[in-house]
Design a protein around this ligand. Structure first.
Ligand code: PEP
Length: 249
């Protein structure tokens, strides 16, 4: 039985005091039967790290450099994340891919580097609307999985969660139907079985992301291959994130 995993991606939102009040509300009013992560922007990591110390709330970052140190103006290295108590990092988010030109190869480099520094990874994949309408969703996602996981060992897969996020459903209010999402999740699981083994495929946590809200979490999580959610907008308020993070499959 896979343990459900709910992650909140705060994107570029909040100041330190706003972040602190959200985290306090999650800790005081939420429960942690599921694995739960929040990923604040870099500037809030230290504040949130201090607030979650000794709790079950996992601290994640939204991105990370391809390098450990050096001449990379504006970048943040895995060593810096570790120093702040960060436990996991979201890599390959569609906003990183589409706005900042991250390729599958860049994402693969980042995954290797994160794992080298013992950071867990939430590895995002997903097709655009044009790709879906052209009937290429499965092919695109399979390709992203294959290239993103190049030279990742079966043992390293224990530290990887895959998040399927159809780009057209992120921040748009449109959600993939639970059936469509589950179909792609099963394509991903099958590919992991082909690349590694049935055991690794069975253990893999696959989150769905794209306008997850308290009102649709039940039908999404009702699907066999959906093991959790990567949540943007609804993760910004305790009243919408708590019912999602506590959802009992
Ligand atoms: C996301 O940022 O990964 C996301 C899924 O956002 P939203 O829930 O707002 O669609």
């Amino acid at each position: 039985m896979r343990r459900s995993y709910m992650a909140g991606n705060w994107k570029m939102n909040y100041t330190r005091s706003e972040a602190l009040s959200l985290v306090k509300e999650l800790l005081e009013n939420g429960s942690f039967k599921n694995k739960v992560l929040v990923a604040p922007p870099f500037t809030l990591l230290e504040t949130v790290s201090n607030a979650v110390k000794g709790t079950e709330l996992i601290l994640g970052a939204q991105n990370m450099s391809t390098a450990e140190s050096g001449a990379h103006t504006g970048e943040i290295s895995p060593l810096m994340l570790k120093d702040l108590g960060v436990q996991a990092v979201i890599l390959g988010h569609s906003e990183r891919r589409s706005i900042y030109g991250e390729t599958n190869e860049i994402v693969n480099t980042k995954i290797h580097l994160a794992l080298k520094h013992s950071l867990e990874v939430i590895f995002c994949v997903g097709e655009t609307l044009e790709e879906r309408e052209a009937g290429a969703a499965e092919k695109i996602v399979r390709d992203q999985v294959l290239k993103g996981l190049k030279d990742i060992s079966e043992k390293q897969m224990e530290s990887i969660t895959i998040a399927y996020e159809p780009v057209w459903a992120i921040g748009t209010g449109k959600t993939a139907s639970p059936e469509d999402a589950d179909d792609i999740h099963s394509v991903i699981r099958k590919e992991i079985e082909e690349l590694y083994s049935k055991e690794t495929a069975d253990q893999l946590i696959i989150q769905y992301g794209g306008s997850v809200k308290p009102s649709n979490v039940k039908e999404l999580m009702g699907k066999a291959n959906i093991d959790g959610a990567l949540v943007g907008g609804a993760a910004l308020k305790a009243e919408t994130f708590i019912p999602i993070m506590e959802y009992n499959k």
